[in-house]
Design a protein around this ligand. Structure first.
Ligand SMILES: [Fe+2]
Length: 232
């Protein structure tokens, strides 16, 4: 098995002509097995044809999608009065199963208009197999109820749960500050050499977890009472 892993920044590496893509600084990931030529796309949004083409340029084909959470800048939909392309376009150009946490399924459907049969609903600990590459799903609620992080050999794709600097907002519908505190505690327990790959380029593109724990103030809050004060 040879791991295929690409981190693509919206507005720079793809979707260069898509309005607002650059401002939002979303990362999309392609993860797969070079030997079988299969890959999944994490949070396909902004310019889906570009993402499918990026995979094809590497002789890879998209065989699935993984969803960190249901916000339109990650799955497509309408936000701030703009329309963001996403999962519906993927269903047209490269139909494939869309893997979500079961608590996120309703939100994903509401935002994208996908049907229940498009989705594969998961629990924490499930592994999505991409060729011989296994991607483990970690439930990390807080930013949204069904937020997921994806773990694979030495890497964690964290969506909006954790950035190099800061963490996801909890003031949007479904956000829960106490849940996020517990989720971040779970991530603090990962091996320090695990490389963090966030859902936005807030403070950087990637870093080993030991450096994130050291530098990100949100990872340094040890007790819930202090956390609640910090989060207002
Ligand atoms: Fe989000």
């Amino acid at each position: 098995m040879t791991l295929y892993f690409r981190q693509l920044l919206a507005g720079r590496d793809f979707g260069q002509k898509t309005p607002f893509a650059a401002q939002m600084e979303n990362f999309v990931y392609l993860i797969g097995d070079r030997d079988t030529g299969e890959c999944v796309v994490v949070d396909p949004a902004w310019a889906v044809d570009d993402l499918v083409a990026a995979a094809a340029a590497d002789d890879m084909r998209v065989t699935g999608a993984l969803v960190t959470h249901y916000h339109p800048d990650h799955v497509g939909g309408d936000i701030f009065g703009i329309h963001i392309e996403g999962l519906p376009r993927l269903m047209e150009v490269a139909p494939c199963p869309v893997h979500v946490h079961r608590l996120e399924a309703q939100g994903v459907r509401a935002v994208t208009g996908l049907s229940a049969s498009d989705l594969v609903q998961h629990d924490s600990g499930d592994v999505v197999q991409v060729g011989k590459v296994g991607v483990e799903l970690l439930h990390t609620p807080g930013h949204t109820p069904g937020s997921l992080c994806f773990r694979l050999s030495g890497a964690l794709v964290s969506g909006d749960t954790l950035f190099l600097q800061g963490c996801g907002r909890v003031d949007l519908p479904g956000g829960d500050s106490d849940e996020l505190f517990r989720s971040l505690a779970k991530l603090r327990g990962l091996p320090g050499d695990t490389v963090l790959y966030p859902g936005h380029r807030y403070g950087g593109a990637n870093a080993p977890m030991h450096a994130v724990v050291e530098k990100n103030p949100m990872m340094q809050v040890a007790d819930l009472a202090r956390w609640r004060m910090m989060m207002g």
